[in-house]
Design a binder for this molecule. Structure first.
Ligand code: MN
Length: 326
C-alpha cells in the first residue's frame, strides 16, 4: 500500500522512551488511498511514531466492494522498510519489480523487504469477493541492514498457537515457542489473536518489548478495558503478560518490539535517515525506470498495466529525523 498523503508535517522530536506499562488509546485519522478507499491511519500518530520497529499501521475495512474496484494502488517505490500485508477478508494481488506475482489471501503473510529499493502494485483481483478488510504495516530496517537487497516472501502457512478460547497466528517473531518463518531484522513480534466468546486468559509478553494492540473486530477487553474495532492501544514496556477477556469474542493484532533506538526520516513511502536521502530517492523514482545495468531498484513492475504513482512534492521545510515519540 502507498501513502498517498501529499506531505506530513515536519517536527524535531526527542526520542524519550516510555518505560514501564501504560495504557494509551491512540488517536486515528482517516486517510484516502485513492478514489473510494478510506483507511484508518493509526501510526504514526499524535504522540507516538513507532512501536518497536513498527513505524506505520493502516487498518482498512471491512468495506463492501462487490460493485467497486476495491484496492487499486499503482506501482510505487519503497526504501528502508518492510511492508507486511495481512488480510482479514478479501484478497489482494501483489506484483513487484522483482517479478513477484502473488495473490495474498486471509491467513497469508505478504512480507516485502524494500531494503535498497523496490516498486510494487496492489490490486483487488478481478473478479473479487464482496468484502475487503485488512491491515498494512511497515517495519523500519535498522541502519546496518536498511540497504539489503529487496526480497518478497509469501508465507501461506504460519504457526498457530491454540489455547482454550484463543487462536494466535504468528505473523512475525515468536509466541509461546512458535516462530514465524518471516525474516526480521530487529527483535519484534506481530500476532493475530482471535478470542472465542467468554475467553479469559493471560498472554505471555516479552518484557523488554514495547507493545500495542489493534482491535480488528469485536471489542475485546485488553488490560482491563474494552478496545473498539479500529482502535490502537499503546501498552508500553515491562509487561510479562497481558490479560485478555472477550465476553462476546473479538480479534486483534498484537504488535511489539525492542524500542527502536535510531531516529528516522519517514516521508511518503520512504524510511531514511536524512532529508537528502529522501530527496534523492524521490528524484530517482521520478526519473522513471532504469535503463538497465545494475540499477535494478525501482524497475518497472512486470504485468501491471497502467501508469505508476507520481511522488508528491517535497514539503517546503527541510525533513529532519524523528524518534519514537513526538
Ligand atoms: Mn506500498
Amino acid at each position: 500500500m502507498s501513502n498517498l498523503e501529499t506531505w506530513s508535517s515536519v517536527e524535531v522530536c526527542s526520542s524519550s522512551a516510555t518505560a514501564g506499562p501504560v495504557r494509551e488509546v491512540l488517536p486515528s485519522k482517516a486517510v484516502m488511498l485513492g478514489p473510494g478507499t478510506e483507511v484508518r491511519r493509526l501510526l504514526p500518530t499524535l504522540g507516538r511514531r513507532m512501536i518497536g520497529a513498527w513505524c506505520f499501521v493502516d487498518h482498512y475495512g471491512p468495506d463492501e466492494i462487490a460493485a467497486r474496484p476495491g484496492m487499486q494502488v499503482p506501482p510505487h517505490p519503497h526504501i528502508g522498510l518492510q511492508t507486511v500485508s495481512w488480510l482479514l477478508d478479501g484478497e489482494v494481488h501483489h506484483r513487484d519489480s522483482l517479478g513477484s506475482d502473488v495473490l495474498i489471501r486471509p491467513g497469508d503473510l505478504g512480507l516485502m523487504t524494500a531494503g535498497a529499493g523496490i516498486a510494487h502494485s496492489e490490486q483487488s483481483p478481478v473478479p473479487h469477493g464482496p468484502l475487503l478488510h485488512g491491515a498494512q504495516l511497515w517495519v523500519a530496517l535498522p541502519d546496518a541492514e536498511r540497504a539489503v537487497a529487496p526480497r518478497f516472501e509469501h508465507h501461506a502457512r504460519l504457526p498457530v498457537v491454540t489455547e482454550p478460547g484463543v487462536h494466535a497466528t504468528v505473523l512475525l517473531g515468536e509466541v509461546a515457542g512458535a516462530r514465524s518463518p518471516g525474516l526480521v531484522h530487529t527483535p519484534l513480534v506481530g500476532v493475530d489473536i482471535a478470542l472465542d466468546p467468554g475467553a479469559d486468559t493471560p498472554l505471555p509478553l516479552e518484557p523488554d518489548f514495547e507493545h500495542a494492540v489493534l482491535t480488528v473486530s469485536g471489542a475485546p477487553e485488553i488490560d482491563g478495558g474494552e478496545l473498539q474495532a479500529g482502535s490502537l492501544c499503546y501498552l508500553g514496556s515491562g509487561r510479562r503478560d497481558l490479560r485478555l477477556r472477550a465476553p462476546r469474542g473479538g480479534r486483534f493484532l498484537l504488535l511489539g518490539g525492542v524500542p527502536f533506538a535510531e531516529e528516522i526520516v519517514m516521508w511518503w513511502n520512504f524510511v531514511a535517515r536524512t532529508g537528502q536521502e529522501v530527496a534523492d530517492a524521490r528524484a530517482h523514482w521520478q526519473a522513471g525506470p532504469p535503463t538497465g545495468g545494475a540499477d535494478a531498484a525501482f524497475a518497472p513492475v512486470p504485468g501491471y498495466d497502467g501508469p505508476a504513482l507520481a511522488a508528491p512534492p517535497l514539503p517546503p521545510t527541510p525533513l529532519k529525523p524523528r524518534g519514537r515519540t513526538r
